[in-house]
Design a protein around this ligand. Structure first.
Ligand code: MN
Length: 352
């Protein structure tokens, strides 16, 4: 009976009402909007107001609404405190003013719908929290905090319908990726995001967005906890001549590519001139080695910045596939890759 009523309410488009439950578990952002929202949230966590300003401009250009960004930054006080949240809201306000002064469009969007007269924050929040966690959660040690989590965070805040539950979890995963020492909470919210309808592709999109915007340690922190296989893409034929074994290439945006190596596959010794190549291992096991140095293991979450001009190779372990994101940073004009001799079986076997 309840389900039927909810279904009927969802199909009633004549009056404005809070979004129905199945709508709340879908991301309302395009892939590009999700990417900018991720960067905005992560910058908020770090308090990097310069990068935040640029990300807000980009997000508005991608047609995120002011309402959506404002709502995300407001929600984030529950994760980063009022100081970070208020500073970020201040940046948003300044950006809107700057754009208005220059006559550049920003879509304002609608504020959240008013809550119903009978809205019960504790009851609704408990329901949302149970859906997010996957089971009832009672924090008996600190009843006051249990109440804040239920009635306020998952009640008052999550009930506002200008972001969906999925949107809010994408923002939460992004903000926790920007904080040190909160891996248990990040892990819990990765699960929460999945429970609220965020797909693997969308979670991987956060990692790519952070990596593409210089948030490399943050991208690695999230990649290490996702525990997911990434799309392998197409056979890496263009570079096959510089590889031993089979590799695959999946390009993303912002100059980020995912390289998949079959077991024992590795690239030749090579040097990046005029750029720092950053590797972020996202799945499996592998190795990175600089000439004359011991090999460094690559496991999900490992981030390696390869200095300009250093001879090295990277590849899978003998008994495992490996996937890493690769991105060139600090790129100068005329940057090139210099491909050298293959990593011999003798050299390769010695690092296993
Ligand atoms: Mn390299």
């Amino acid at each position: 009976m309840l389900a039927a009523l909810t279904f009927a309410a969802c199909n009633n488009t004549n009056e404005k009402m809070s979004k129905c439950e199945n709508e709340k578990t879908e991301l309302s952002f395009t892939a590009e909007q999700a990417a900018w929202m991720s960067v905005i949230a992560c910058d908020e966590a770090k308090g990097d107001l310069v990068s935040l300003e640029s990300a807000i401009h980009s997000g508005l250009k991608a047609e995120l609404t002011v309402s959506q960004i404002k709502e995300a930054l407001s929600q984030l006080y529950a994760y980063t405190g009022f100081p970070r949240s208020l500073n970020a809201l201040g940046v948003l306000q300044r950006v809107i003013g700057d754009r208005q002064a220059k006559g550049v469009k920003a879509i304002m969007g609608e504020d959240a719908s008013p809550l119903g007269e009978n809205y019960d924050a504790l009851k609704e929040g408990t329901r949302v929290q149970t859906q997010l966690v996957g089971k009832a959660f009672e924090y008996e040690f600190a009843p006051a905090t249990d109440y804040y989590l239920k009635a306020h965070l998952f009640g008052d805040i999550f009930a506002r319908d200008n972001l969906t539950y999925a949107d809010r979890e994408l923002v939460t995963v992004s903000v926790l990726s920007g904080l040190e020492g909160v891996e248990p909470q990040l892990k819990a919210h990765i699960a929460g995001a999945r429970n609220m309808g965020v797909t693997e592709e969308q979670l991987q999109g956060i990692v790519v967005a952070l990596a593409a915007n210089g948030l490399l340690a943050e991208a690695g922190r999230l990649a290490g906890l996702l525990q997911t296989e990434w799309p392998q893409g197409k056979s890496n034929d263009a570079y096959a001549q510089y590889f031993t074994g089979q590799s695959y290439l999946q390009p993303y945006f912002g100059g980020v590519a995912n390289v998949t190596f079959e077991p024992r596959c590795r690239n030749n010794w090579h040097v990046h001139h005029g750029a720092v190549q950053v590797l972020i291992c996202v799945s499996g096991k592998g190795w990175y080695q600089e000439w004359g140095k011991p090999a460094v293991p690559l496991t999900p979450g490992t981030v390696i910045a390869i200095p300009e001009g250093v001879k090295h190779w990277h590849g899978a372990a003998a008994d495992s596939w490996m996937q890493h994101l690769a991105i060139h940073t600090q790129e100068q004009p005329g940057a090139t890759n210099e491909w050298l001799e293959p990593v011999s079986d003798e050299q390769y076997n010695s690092v296993q």
